[in-house]
Design a protein around this ligand. Structure first.
Ligand SMILES: [Zn+2]
Length: 195
């Protein structure tokens, strides 16, 4: 645990925080689940305003850090599925923010129940940076990324749009309102990139 996190957790107002505990479901299961959440819970279609969906779901978005540590922008504190706050950096682009929000929603929908199990007075705190040697934490990060990619770029639609646009990643990224980097990772994971 870094010094900054020590400071964070020693703050009186932020006791009883637990990190996200991974679900250890397959990537396929997590992606399918993300598509169901997008459609049926968040009512989110391609390129929709995700901040609006967060607010409708009971969440808050704060531009800035959790207060203690400026490097923690891009994090989540969740008390329940409809009581949570996402912290965004004031220095990132809208497209980056959309992926960050989708990633934090991944922690919320995949990890909250699991993490608070048996201790409902606790909150889950998902930090932007995790210790790469911590397998639990890294697995939770992967799961949240899989969730985010599928939430913003559902597999079937992504393949269709990519093909319609003649395999043009920039146009595909524009359609889903994600960065070209995120679209490229998605195309690769769906085996759409020609070698
Ligand atoms: Zn995360």
């Amino acid at each position: 645990m870094s010094g900054a996190e020590d400071t964070f957790f020693s703050d009186g107002g932020h006791e009883n925080m637990v990190p996200p505990r991974p679900l250890r479901a397959s990537r396929e299961t997590i992606e399918k689940y993300a598509e169901v959440i997008a459609r049926e819970y968040l009512n989110l279609s391609y390129g929709d305003d995700i901040q609006h969906a967060v607010i409708k779901a009971g969440g808050k978005i704060v531009i800035g850090s959790t207060g203690e540590n400026t490097s923690n922008s891009g994090s989540l504190i969740a008390r329940s599925r409809n009581d949570f706050t996402i912290y965004l950096s004031p220095f990132t682009s809208l497209l980056r923010d959309r992926f960050t929000i989708a990633h934090e929603l991944g922690h919320l929908f995949l990890h909250l129940e699991n993490s608070l199990e048996g201790n409902p007075s606790t909150s889950m705190y998902a930090t932007r940076y995790v210790d790469e040697k911590n397998e639990e934490a890294m697995r939770a990060e992967w799961e949240a990324n899989w969730f985010a990619a599928a939430l913003l770029m559902p597999a079937t639609k992504f393949a269709e749009v990519y093909k319609t646009n003649g395999d043009d990643l920039t146009k595909t990224a524009d359609f889903f309102k994600v960065s070209s980097a995120a679209a490229s990772v998605r195309a690769n994971s769906l085996d759409l990139l020609k070698s």
